[in-house]
Unconditional design. Structure first.
Length: 138
């Protein structure tokens, strides 16, 4: 119990820092992804390695579309080792849903004010939301 709380706190802190860096510079430090992957040792279960299936799928989509950054792929790979197979699917689902809600609201707001919405958004803040929702509610 204490190990999983420590792991949650550490990853949440790292994702908060990573979100700020992604919003500010559009870059994700590799060190943060490495540290997140290393936190898997705190609460290690062998079946969590199946989460890498999600990372491979995400990497394939990134390669095919060219719209997803390498830092996002590395971060998802690190989190998939922590969350396992179904947790990783849930994390990505909630990250995508939160991004769609934000983008829709942003489009509406910009349309009302006579502007156009940005087509490119930093993804780490939405990964952070997906992680929080997955860990708190599932």
């Amino acid at each position: 119990m204490i190990g999983s709380v420590m792991q949650f706190a550490a990853i949440s802190t790292l994702l908060c820092i990573d979100s700020y860096k992604d919003i500010k510079n559009r870059e994700i430090p590799n060190l943060i992804s490495v540290i997140i992957a290393m936190t898997a040792v705190i609460n290690f279960r062998l079946e969590n390695l199946c989460g890498l299936i999600v990372a491979v799928i995400f990497f394939s989509v990134a390669l095919a579309t060219g719209k997803i950054g390498g830092g996002d792929v590395k971060l998802i790979a690190a989190l998939s080792v922590v969350c396992g197979l179904w947790g990783s699917f849930a994390l990505l689902l909630f990250a995508q849903i939160s991004m769609l809600i934000f983008y829709a609201g942003n489009c509406i707001f910009r349309k009302i004010n006579g502007g156009t919405a940005s087509k490119s958004l930093p993804f780490v803040p939405f990964i952070f939301i997906g992680f929080l929702v997955t860990k708190i509610f599932f």
